[in-house]
Write a protein that binds this ligand. Sequence first.
Ligand SMILES: Cc1cc2nc3c(=O)[nH]c(=O)nc-3n(C[C@H](O)[C@H](O)[C@H](O)COP(=O)(O)OP(=O)(O)OC[C@H]3O[C@@H](n4cnc5c(N)ncnc54)[C@H](O)[C@@H]3O)c2cc1C
Length: 499
Amino acid sequence: MPAAPSVPEADIPDADILHVLIVGAGLSGIGAARRLQRRCPGKRYAIVEARESIGGTWDLFRYPGVRSDSDMYTLGYDFKPWTDAKAIADGPAILRYIRETAQEGGITRHIRFGLRVRSAEWSSPDACWTVTAERAAGGGSTVFRTRFLYMCSGYYSYAEGHRPRFAGEADYRGIVLQPQFWPENLDYSGKRIVVIGSGATAVTLVPEMAKTAAHVTMLQRSPSYVVTRPSIDRLALWLKSRLPSGAAYRLARWKNVLVSMFFYQLARRRPEQMKKRIIEMARAQVGPEFDVDTHFTPRYKPWDQRMCLVPDGDLFQRIREGRAAVVTDGIECFTERGVKLASGDELPADIVVMATGLKLNVMGDVAVRIDGRACDLGATLAYKGMMLGDVPNLAMTFGYTNASWTLKADLTAGYVCRLLRYMDRHGYAVATPRRDPSVLPQPFLTFTSGYVRRALAILPKQGSQRPWAVYQNYLLDLFNLRYGRIADGVMQFGAGAES
Ligand SMILES: Cc1cc2nc3c(=O)[nH]c(=O)nc-3n(C[C@H](O)[C@H](O)[C@H](O)COP(=O)(O)OP(=O)(O)OC[C@H]3O[C@@H](n4cnc5c(N)ncnc54)[C@H](O)[C@@H]3O)c2cc1C
């Protein structure tokens, strides 16, 4: 007999069991709720959100210039046109868009704010998850019971970023900052700034801070691919001026899906050609004097890691103006005045920003138990990149690494609704993708970036073939998730509660 969930019955706030509990009120959670309302209108659902506000990433990150690095025609929801002029959008505009979606759909009243989910226990006899969420600072806990658990908790820790430690930090007299915890009202005008890192955050911060700082140096150990893209999508705006907003949005979305897939495929099939082209483009923008070989020529192939996008070439422009510079070197130690480099040079700095990356986590660090047994998520196999082998009635959102996150999040939400409707039609209460022991586990993500490599052990695995393979390919996923059979022989169904 499996152990019963260790939750006292009296703690359950509502005698009714939810049909769906969504964890996370970010871009994915709000999109999931909207789709659930539309496709499964009879379902009783709630959203649990650890923070006091909607928006996730787009509410948490407040550093100067925070913006998307993919276009909003694909980062926006498929059901809600993005109407701002800028396709590469500022963080606050994205936050408004998510909040507006929640308001329009009447979703906000379904959200329970300030509750961090700590554990989720599945009971087969009850065909139900018991989910325990805690309030911050000893504020007690709340228990939810739900038939289906839908994790929209993002992919990284909100509590900490990746923060390497350097010798001599204690001696440094200036300010050390992390982008994830940006202090409100920090005045950096006239200051000398060093930004450590070469990823999306660094290439955003450097040109923005360089507008008013005395000087900004991007200090990188090794270069990334930096690609210029217009912040405004002229074709999308032209379509908008001629067509109804929904039709224009759909066309712009498809155009951007196909264009980005084309360039991704080209990069994978002809990496040398693509590398040459990207480097030539950088050279044309920074000018002949600049050492592009050292600072903008990565050692890896295009799309082995996510590309860094700079809208309208703003980073290159600041470099041309002399307001920003790039240094490619190791860090020896911090000194009183700044950062001493492996080459022996010293970079004086009033502020050092550690744009050293995110710390990935899995399913919001929730401890999952199935019939009393702890489930090691790092040992599970992802089914269609969104459910887990041998884990009943649970889906998670994990977006694309080579395209906008929402493209996959939308497909995942659509699939969850299809699954729930199928279960209702056939009188099933439980759906479990049954793992095939002959499918060998492979890494969930193939990126070589540090933040991915550091997390490979804790991420679920994927298999080499359908339905266990994780495709970073919208068209394949569209076909599989929107039109593929729900009862595919791998998904096993059960009637439900024994009692
Ligand atoms: C600075 C930055 C820029 C980005 N730009 C892009 C981009 O341009 N294009 C792109 O495709 N992707 C981008 N990303 C990735 C981005 O995170 C996703 O696009 C998207 O915002 C993820 O949405 P989400 O709702 O899945 O996760 P999140 O935005 O991370 O939201 C998750 C929510 O779940 C809550 N939560 C987590 N764990 C728990 C728990 N245990 N209990 C209760 N609540 C919990 C969190 O508080 C949060 O509100 C960017 C990421 C960052 C950090």
